[in-house]
Design a protein around this ligand. Structure first.
Ligand code: 8YV
Length: 323
């Protein structure tokens, strides 16, 4: 039997591409360019499976490709808000993602953002590199202590729980959270975490607020002017989830006015475009969507996407089916 035709939309780590080559008749993206709508549609017309990433908008328009050959979208990534799930469903396309394997690395990035923004690490680094450092002094670049503070989590899924684990057991932080689907009691107890009835309660009480909800219509601009105003003036906002969960204009205003003390951002509305004003602010840490960007994790993500696609072609149920 001939191998299924699989198109991988962006360059993957070598080990994952090698595995895909073994199992599939695979088309790789050698120069790693972001695919156009026309290219994505051509992929859906010519491949049995397409493996997209967050940089591919798989809209209803893309999914309207005719005639359709693709049976499964094996997404490389846990978030799938770049895929129109309803349109995929209508066209009978299965969608899978890659949970678990990126949990720790994404939580590590959220921790990095929290520590860096609190301790002014970005500013300090620029200070040294710009040859501005004139020497140690007691009041130089004082930041905010992290250990023992309260971390508020909006969404308490896998990545939030991993961050809570690191923050509580490593940094002695008190964990509070809001999630319409809270974790099992033993997980909450192990973290000595406290659930709050509303997101607003978390925003009012936390010294650090970290966002861990999915992107998409339901969470679009969830963190707006009104909700930012609920945060403590000394508090920090961390976003390693999706950019459009925050209204960027409202955040820029809140940072300018001192409504909150700072922000750590790994994701942006309309990325890779980053709102110009953030670039000039010292109390903002800006990462280029690094959440899962460790070699170990990116290889594991590729393997997991392959496993899902392969399961489908072997007549099995892909373990990470979302639609
Ligand atoms: C991925 C992410 O690298 O998995 C996710 O949802 O946000 C990132 O860590 C990216 O989305 C890959 O598609």
């Amino acid at each position: 039997m001939s191998k299924p035709r699989v198109i991988i939309t962006r360059k993957w780590p070598e080990a994952a591409e090698a595995e895909a080559k073994k199992l599939f008749d695979v088309q790789l993206n050698k120069n790693d360019h972001p695919m156009t709508v026309a290219e994505l549609q051509e992929a859906l017309r010519t491949a049995d499976a397409v493996c997209p990433t967050v940089s591919d908008t798989i809209s209803a328009e893309v999914l309207s490709a005719q005639p359709l050959k693709c049976k499964i979208l094996g997404n490389f990534g846990v978030g799938f808000n770049h895929i129109d799930l309803n349109a995929a469903k209508e066209r009978g396309i299965i969608v899978t993602n890659t949970p678990d394997v990126l949990t720790d690395c994404t939580a590590d990035i959220a921790m990095t953002l929290m520590l860096m923004v609190a301790r002014r690490a970005g500013e300090g680094e620029r200070h040294v590199r710009n040859r501005e450092w004139t020497g140690w002094r007691p009041t130089h670049m004082m930041g905010t202590k992290v250990t023992g503070k309260t971390l508020g989590l909006i969404g308490m899924g896998r990545i939030a729980r991993a961050m809570a684990h690191k923050a509580h057991h490593g940094f002695g932080m008190k964990i509070i959270f809001n999630d319409p689907y809270p974790p099992p009691k033993e997980i909450v107890d192990n973290l000595k975490a406290e659930s709050r009835n509303t997101m607003e309660d978390v925003l009012q009480e936390a010294d650090f607020v970290s966002l861990h909800c999915p992107g998409g219509k339901e969470t679009y601009h969830l963190i707006n002017k009104e909700r930012l105003a609920l945060m403590k003036p000394g508090a920090f906002l961390i976003n390693s989830a999706r950019g459009d969960v925050i209204d960027p204009k409202a955040l820029i205003n809140a940072l300018k006015k001192g409504t909150i003390a700072g922000a750590g951002l790994d994701v942006y509305e309309g990325e890779p475009k980053v709102q110009e004003e953030f670039l000039t602010m010292n109390n903002v840490i800006l990462f280029p969507h690094l959440g899962s960007a460790s070699t170990e994790t990116r290889v594991a993500m590729g393997m997991r996407a392959i496993e899902n696609v392969n399961a489908y072609f072997n007549g099995e149920k892909p373990r990470d089916r979302v639609v």
